[in-house]
Design a protein around this ligand. Sequence first.
Ligand SMILES: NC(=O)C1=CN([C@@H]2O[C@H](COP(=O)(O)OP(=O)(O)OC[C@H]3O[C@@H](n4cnc5c(N)ncnc54)[C@H](O)[C@@H]3O)[C@@H](O)[C@H]2O)[C@@H](O)CC1
Ligand SMILES: Nc1ncnc2c1ncn2[C@@H]1O[C@H](COP(=O)(O)OP(=O)(O)O)[C@@H](O)[C@H]1O
Ligand SMILES: [K+]
Length: 515
Amino acid sequence: MSHELLTSAEMGEADRLTIAAGPTDGVGLMRRAGRAVATEVLSRYPSAAHVHVLCGPGNNGGDGYVVARILAGSGVATTVWTSGPPRPGSDAAVAAAECPIKPRPLSDFDPGPRSIVVDALYGAGLSKPLSGEAARAVNLAAKLHLRVVAVDLPSGISGDSGKVLGTSFSADLTVTFARKKPGHLLLPGRERCGEIVLADIGIVAEIIARLQPRTFENGPALWLRDLPVPAIDAHKYKRGHVGVFSGGPNATGAARLSALAAARSGAGAVTVLSPGNAMQVNAAHLTSIMLRKADEAADIEAFVGERRPSAFVLGPGFGIGEKTRAFALALLASGKPAASTGIDGLVFDADAITSFREAPDVLFEAARRPDAPALVMTPHEGEFARLFADIADDNVSSKLDKARAAAARANAVIVYKGADTVVAAPDGRAAINSNGAAWLATAGSGDVLSGITTGLLAQGMPAFEAACAAVWIHAETGRRFGPGLIAEDLPLAMVPVLRELVAAGGGRCSTALER
Ligand SMILES: NC(=O)C1=CN([C@@H]2O[C@H](COP(=O)(O)OP(=O)(O)OC[C@H]3O[C@@H](n4cnc5c(N)ncnc54)[C@H](O)[C@@H]3O)[C@@H](O)[C@H]2O)[C@@H](O)CC1
Ligand SMILES: Nc1ncnc2c1ncn2[C@@H]1O[C@H](COP(=O)(O)OP(=O)(O)O)[C@@H](O)[C@H]1O
Ligand SMILES: [K+]
C-alpha cells in the first residue's frame, strides 16, 4: 500500500529508521533519491540543451548534487547554482564532494531560454519564506517559461500544509520519495507540483507501518473492502432504507437529488420526508423514491418506529432555523441502543450545518452522547466557518489540521469540501481527495455527495469509509463526465464507476482501481 501520506517529521523518522536498520546509510538514500530524479530528467528531456541544478544547503541540495553528477556523467551540459555550501560532515557535503561541477552562486543564476531547471533548493526542511536570491530564481524561471523539475517538493511549498511560503516554483514534474506528503495534494501545493512521480528509494513498507500514519490519499485502497455489495438473499430493506428531508414547496429539488444519489449508491429503499405543503410537488417528481409527510419531530419518531430507516440526510434545501435544529436534535437522539428501532447513520449538510451557527455546542453535545448515531457533516468552506469559526480563522493550520480539529470537536466525520476535499474522523484518521475536477462546481453537486454518503451509511459502511468512498466516487464521476456536467447527471453517471469498483472487488480488498 502506498496511499499513506507522511508529514516531514514522519519522513525524517522513516529515514532514520531505515538507516538504523541498515545496510543503507544516509548518503545511500540520497544517491538513490538523486538517481531517481536524474532518470526522470534524462527520459523526459533527452535533448535538453542545458540543465541548471539549483542546490540548497540541506539534504534537498544534497539530492541536487547527485542529480548534477549523473546528468554531467551522461553528457548533459549541466550547471550547478548554490545558495550556500552544505554543512561540513553532512550527507549533502559528501554528495557535493562527489559532484565534479564547481558550483556557482545562486545570486548569479542566469539560465538561457529553453533550458531545464532542477529545483533542489529546499524540500522537507523549508523553514521560512523564500526570499532574496531564491525568490529571484523563481521569478526568472517563470519569466523565461523554463521547465522545472522539483526534487521532493517545489521550493517554497510546505510539505505539511501545501501552503506557499513567500513564493514558490511551479514545477512541471515533482519527484518525491517513499510516500507523498500532504502538501503534494492540498492546494495550492498540488497545483504547483505538476505531475508527481513517487520514487522508491528503499524505505520499505514495514518501516512506514511502524510510523502508524494517520493521513492517506483518498482512493479505493482505503475503503473498497467495506464497499457494500448485496448478499445473495438480499431484499430491499436489508440493503438499507434512507430518509431524506425535503424543504418547502419552492425548495424540494435538493432533497430529490440526494434521494436519487442514495438510491443509485445501493440503498434498497429511499423515502423523501416532505412538509405537508410540499407533498404535491414532490409527488409529481418521484417514481421509485417513496414519499411521506413529516412536519414535526414527532413524525420522525413515527417513521423510525414503523419503517426502520437506517440513515438520514438532513440539510439540502431544508431551510435554516428552529425547525431544522429540532429535527437534527431529534435525529441525534434516535441512535440504536436507546431504541431497538434506532438508526445507524446521519449526514448533516448545508442548512443543517448553518442552522447551528449561533449554537454549535448544542449540536456537538448531542453528537457526543454515547447513543448518538454516527454523524457525517459535509461543509464547504463557508459552512465550515459558520460551525467552527475559530478553527477556520487560524491562518497557520492547514486544511488537514482544520478538518481534524473539527472532527474531534464535533465527534463527527467531517467532509471539508472543495477542490482538495479533506475527510477527517474523530479518531484522527484523515484522507485528502485528489481525483476531482472543477466540473463538479455546479449547483446541487453537494446534495448528490450527501446522498451518496447516506446511501453507503445505510448499507452499513462505517462512517469514515463511507464518507471517503462517497467523495471519491463523486469526484471520479465528475472528472470522467467533464464539460456540461450538471448535478442531475451525477447519479446516473456514477453507475460505471460503481460497476468498476464492484468488479474490482467491492466487499473485498483490492487494489485494482488504485490510481
Ligand atoms: N528524509 C528522507 O528520508 C530523505 C530526504 N531526502 C531529501 O532531504 C530533504 C530534506 O532535507 P533537510 O531536512 O536537510 O531540509 P532542506 O534541504 O529542505 O532544507 C534545510 C536547510 O535549508 C534552510 N532553509 C529552509 N528554508 C529556507 C529558506 N526559505 N531560506 C533559506 N534557508 C532555508 C534550513 O535552515 C536548513 O539549513 C528532502 O526534501 C529530500 O529532498 C533525500 O535525500 C532522500 C531521503
Ligand atoms: N474546483 C473543484 N474541483 C473539484 N471538486 C469541486 C470543485 N469545486 C467544488 N467541488 C466539489 O463539488 C461539490 C460542491 O458542493 P457544494 O459546495 O455543497 O455545492 P451545492 O451546495 O451547490 O451542492 C463538493 O463535493 C466539492 O468538493
Ligand atoms: K525542491
